[in-house]
Write a protein of this length. Sequence first.
Length: 315
Amino acid sequence: MDISVVIPLLNEQDSLKELHDWIVKVMQSNHFSYEIIFIDDGSTDDSWKVISNLATKNNNVKGIRFLKNFGKSQALHAGFDKAQGNVVITMDADLQDNPDEIPELYNMIVNERFDLVSGWKKKRYDSVVTKNMPSKLFNWAARKTSGVKLHDFNCGLKAYHSNVVKNIDVNGEMHRYIPVLSKNAGFTKIGEKIVKHQARKYGVTKFGMNRFLHGFLDLITIWFISRFGKRPMHLFGALGVLMFLIGLGFALYLGIDKLYLNKTGRLITERPQFYIALSTMVIGTQFFVAGFLGEIVLRSRQDKKRYLIKDELNL
């Protein structure tokens, strides 16, 4: 199979048929073999009913329905797990991503040998204050922290070689950082393509300003995981030893001063250095123990399913 189109969605009943027809038109005109995988992330409208009708009429349409809303990352994970195409395309269900971009994205993966190609919505139709400016700040921070030189980490329109989606673990809210996860996994040929952005036609956006706060927190998380995820003792142990040595240095100073230099007979507990020494040694010990426990957890953890599927279609 040439292409799997993975589409996570939440309450997008009005756009699904139009999106489906548009994708099918692109696939047929380019003679691609394909599948469209809709992942209903706990919709409360008639989205699943629409997907069921489309799957009845078109065997290339497949559906996954979550028991409740588990989040976009979990939806993408489920779609990646089921995808059978050599190239996997992800896109949003709100018609803001243009299916006409699919053939060129496909060619960049197959002919130009990219592992991943991310869309760049250079010209946007979103609010400048609530989306464009925060998004630019977020993308700047992501580039500086991760070393992946993309202009638009948040763009839902991306293309992947199948090896990529089968070998990365998208969890939590890490869907924004799939290019970083791919780079950390060894898939380093990452490209970018300017794509058309379209104004939302139906419904309202499901994302508010809080997604940027979550995005920055996730950025810190992925930076930590990429550098210390497999060796937490290297961070916490080093901090613990440093703090402990600082405290030990103060303690030695107090001891020497008490024995040889202090002429006033002042008690050690009356001096501020005593509390600095005590605090830093306790904190240092806690850091070291945290690193040690992190190593134990890392070696004993078992994978746990992060979502529950209620229904599947054509899978």
